[in-house]
Design a protein around this ligand. Structure first.
Ligand code: SAM
Length: 441
């Protein structure tokens, strides 16, 4: 079976999450005894081959960094100069379309057409003098070609196309137009010399992520909240076995706790601030009812992270991993001066040292700590990062490459830092999150 994962905006983290999940051999995702080979990748896509089918619906819900999961139906060769439209001109036959893409649906069928790039150069605009084609006209031309084939055989169909100047339908458009229920989304994955034709099996439930973020009774704009998708990615990077117990010792209003519960873990949350714990209580009560989480799956305590061991020991629980967005220091609307950044890193370094010393008292060997460290965004791909992460190494933790080197060396476009971590940032934020994974020795 061949699949393609459509990656999120911060594609390095999407790939890190996918690689971590694939290593887990989880039978509920169809990953047990199922050898996987990575075939190809680009900043938009990761293509894999598996021996057995994957459990797509479960997998889609499990992944914070994957926008769509596609099944690759066919692969065609193409000459570099050929348009997609030319390459596929004999492919979109009514019989192929009906058999490979469309479910039996009585009524007017709706289908969409999206193009994804395996070679970023294909998006470069051709010079006016060149008799070349623009990739941006391809979704429409391909869509019209498929539509004609279907209408010629008497089908009544409606075509949904990407917005102007974009090549692919957003997951919102796939969902809102009921494409997977009433027809299909046909995806054309374009490389320099090959074209894969794929169909969308699932899309990320953007509404549910919105609900998990914005419909909670309590929010905390001042301290900041981690987006649920990022919390999910971090939990997946912790590599926990099903039903593990995870600790978030800087839990704030509980985003990592709720996402951990949704992944089936037991979660303990603590925070130094009693208002944060009160917020977590309210949010998790709402969450538990909304998402049918069994009672007793989480615990909340007020505690300084630097003295959290007593609490864990008293409860007699084994903590299998720590996943946390430790405080990132002050939030800025303008780039702070270097002295201020230096002071922030020093203060945070002290807090991290005290906390990691404490965690070492109860974390078992090989347990992971996945955390966010601030990185000040100077410009596109240019950050002022914490000068050293020695605080953890000196206390018996190894810094792990967020994507193992054996995989990373085959993917040249990854945006990894010099120390093998990755940064989650947003254009409008000065303080970005560096995602760091440690393993207790
Ligand atoms: C960035 S917020 C975490 C937000 C959380 N991830 C969420 O989405 O709601 C950092 C939290 O660390 C807490 N904190 C700061 N210093 C702490 C300490 N020494 N021990 C425990 N918690 C601390 C703050 O009260 C704050 O709630």
């Amino acid at each position: 079976m061949k699949y393609a994962f459509v990656l999120g905006r911060v594609y390095t983290l999407s790939i890190a999450e996918l690689v971590a999940i694939m290593e887990q051999q989880d039978a509920t995702l169809g990953l047990a005894d199922n050898p996987i080979t990575i075939l190809e990748s680009s900043p938009e896509l990761l293509l894999i081959e598996t021996k057995l089918p994957l459990k797509i619906e479960v997998l889609q819900k499990r992944l914070g960094g994957v926008i769509k999961i596609l099944q690759i139906i066919d692969t065609l060769q193409k000459r570099e100069q050929d348009s997609l439209n030319f390459t596929l001109k004999h492919y979109f036959k009514p019989s192929t379309l009906k058999k490979q893409f469309f479910k039996d649906y009585k009524g007017k069928m709706q289908f969409g057409l999206s193009v994804y790039l395996l070679d970023a150069d294909l998006a470069k605009k051709p010079a006016l003098s060149e008799k070349s084609f623009s990739i941006f006209s391809e979704p429409k031309r391909l869509g019209m070609m498929a539509k004609k084939a279907l209408t010629d055989m008497g089908e009544s169909v409606r075509l949904v196309l990407p917005e102007f100047n974009s090549l692919a339908l957003a997951s919102v458009a796939v969902t809102k137009n009921l494409l997977l229920q009433k027809g299909a989304e046909i995806c054309v994955l374009a490389g320099k010399h090959t074209v894969h034709v794929a169909k969308t099996l699932s899309v990320q439930d953007f509404e549910d992520y919105g609900r998990r973020d914005y419909q909670r009774p309590v929010r905390d704009e001042k301290q900041g909240m981690i987006p649920p998708k990022v919390a999910q990615i971090m939990l997946n990077l912790a590599g926990c076995k099903p039903k593990a117990t995870v600790l978030d010792p800087f839990c704030g209003i509980g985003t990592i706790i709720q996402e951990g519960l949704l992944l089936g873990y037991r979660v303990v949350g603590s925070d130094i601030n009693k208002n944060a714990i009160r917020g977590s209580e309210q949010n998790l009560e709402w969450f538990r009812n909304r998402y049918k989480i069994a009672p007793g799956k989480y615990g909340l305590e007020i505690s300084d992270a630097a003295s959290v061991a007593g609490l864990i020991e008293k409860s007699g629980q084994t903590i299998n991993a720590i996943v946390t967005e430790c405080t990132l220091g002050p939030i800025y609307s303008e780039f702070p001066n270097p002295k201020e950044i230096e002071k922030n890193f020093k203060d945070l370094g002290d807090l991290y040292t005290k906390s990691f010393r404490e965690f070492a008292k109860f974390l078992p060997s090989k347990a992971r700590v996945v955390m966010c460290v601030p990185a000040y965004r100077r410009g596109r791909n240019d950050y002022n990062m914490m000068p050293t992460l020695d605080f953890a190494e000196a206390l018996g933790y190894n810094l792990l490459e967020i994507i193992p080197e054996t995989v990373a060396k085959k993917i040249p476009f990854l945006k990894l830092t010099n120390r093998g971590t990755a940064i989650y940032d947003r254009k409008d934020q000065i303080v970005a999150r560096e995602i760091v994974v440690f393993e207790k020795q």
